[in-house]
Design a protein around this ligand. Structure first.
Ligand code: FAD
Ligand code: UDP
Length: 363
């Protein structure tokens, strides 16, 4: 079999590349995917009760990158959606991230933004050089809030103390001196009107795209000749673990359907200090679907299993640097996406990376 372009992985990274190759270059492209569906981790589907769920955890699209938003908007319309999260602290459900509402609810105060700033300034720990996620939190909010909101959630999610984790992880969560309780403040936010899978199907609709599902690329790649392979799977697997296995954090997803219209007061409720799961998502509150029943998801972090999150520590960054030396030498292979680039990317960053790669291949 001969294809000019082969893409491994039908997640948002692989599909963006395939779509561009098929529709802009007008070339045939083979997409090889080991799962039985496209979409990678943004895949969603209707469960047996007819409720739309996100099979791999809650996905909310948000970006400040207009080009990425415009690009995806060719394949879907959006439902306007501002994501909100509550977190269970001291038995109360309190807005997350840390805003004026959070502080006032936690301390039963009625601070103004200026008073909140002053209050946190007094609590914050002076750390001359911020090196870890723990430093990030302590320097912004101090010991008490760190312990209540961040320490145990992070230990559960990563199996590591925040003092061992890169600054980038807890830095994802802002502190705001106002009443804006939205989880994200990006300019463009939304949920695909008919779901992510429908959006992905529209991306893969070109007759130039051939999809091979249920296939690990290693089973077939010897029989395919290509000029360029775009690889979006785990890089250590590509190199047969030459420099050892990379760590990825995995999750067990446990879905429950309840015979009640509503389960909780927000789309996502975090449980930093109770239970073995990190958070509960109620899908109808993300999708806006109306239904007499409701489906929720509990996420239980674990070390082994499907790779979902690259591991945010110095040790693994250094290990990955050895793979990167090999990746640079490839002339017929490009590495793209959360797994292959070993980066804690959101969807929009993956699409950005794919659009950039496409432009560089075009020359
Ligand atoms: P993937 O979606 O992982 O796709 C890679 C594909 O390659 C997979 O389908 C895999 O089966 C396939 N593959 C791997 N190895 C092989 C092989 N050997 N042969 C063939 N195929 C192979 N981002 C947001 O922007 N907002 C959110 O709210 C958000 N929430 C998230 C929640 C969770 C629980 C998780 C895990 C991620 C979340 N993300 C979110 C991140 C988002 O899922 C990723 O940025 C995005 O899906 C990555 O796309 P990708 O194509 O790089 O990787
Ligand atoms: N985090 C936390 N407490 C929370 C929410 C998040 O400590 O209530 C930390 C935790 O380390 C987590 C990181 O912030 O891994 C990023 O959170 P985000 O909600 O972005 O995680 P994701 O949705 O990517 O799993």
């Amino acid at each position: 079999m001969k294809y000019e372009y082969v893409v491994v992985g039908a997640g948002i990274a692989g599909l963006t590349m395939a779509e561009r190759i098929a529709n802009v270059l007008g070339k045939k492209v083979l997409v090889i995917e080991k799962r039985n569906h496209i979409g990678g981790n943004i895949y969603d589907s209707y469960n047996e009760d007819g409720i739309l769920i996100h099979n791999y955890g809650p996905h909310i699209f948000h970006t400040n990158d207009k080009e990425v938003y415009d690009y995806l908007s060719r394949f879907t319309k959006w439902n306007d959606f501002w994501h909100r999260v509550l977190t269970c602290v001291d038995g109360n459900l309190i807005p997350m991230p840390i805003t004026l509402e959070t502080i006032n609810a936690l301390y039963h105060t009625d601070f103004t933004p200026e008073q909140m700033e002053q209050f946190l300034k007094e609590k914050a720990v002076d750390i001359p050089e911020i090196k870890t996620s723990k430093d990030v939190a302590l320097s912004k909010v101090g010991e008490e809030i760190y312990e209540k909101f961040f320490e145990n959630y992070t230990k559960k999610q990563w199996g590591l103390d925040p003092a061992l984790i890169d600054t980038s992880v807890i830095s994802r969560i802002p502190v705001r001196y106002n009443r804006d309780t939205r989880y994200f403040t990006d300019r463009y936010q939304g949920m695909p009107k008919h779901g992510y899978t429908k959006m992905c199907e529209a991306m893969a609709a070109s007759p130039n795209i051939r999809l091979l599902l249920n296939t690990d690329y290693k089973e077939v790649i010897e029989d395919i000749s290509y000029d360029m392979l775009i690889y979006t799977g785990p890089t250590d697997y590509f190199y047969d673990y030459r420099y050892g296995k990379m760590a990825y954090r995995s999750l067990d997803f446990v879905f429950e359907t309840h015979d009640t219209e509503e389960y909780q007061p927000a789309p996502v409720v975090n449980y930093p200090n109770d239970y073995d799961f990190t958070r509960i998502t109620e899908f109808k509150k993300l999708t806006g679907q109306k239904h007499a029943k409701t489906t929720i998801l509990k996420e239980f972090p674990k070390g082994e299993g499907e790779p979902y999150y690259p591991f945010p520590t110095k040790e693994y960054r250094e290990q990955f640097a050895r793979y990167q030396e090999e990746m640079k030498k490839e002339t017929k292979v490009r590495f793209l996406g959360r797994l292959a680039e070993y980066r804690y990317y959101n969807m929009d960053a993956v699409v950005r990376s794919a659009l950039n790669l496409f432009e560089s291949l075009r020359g």
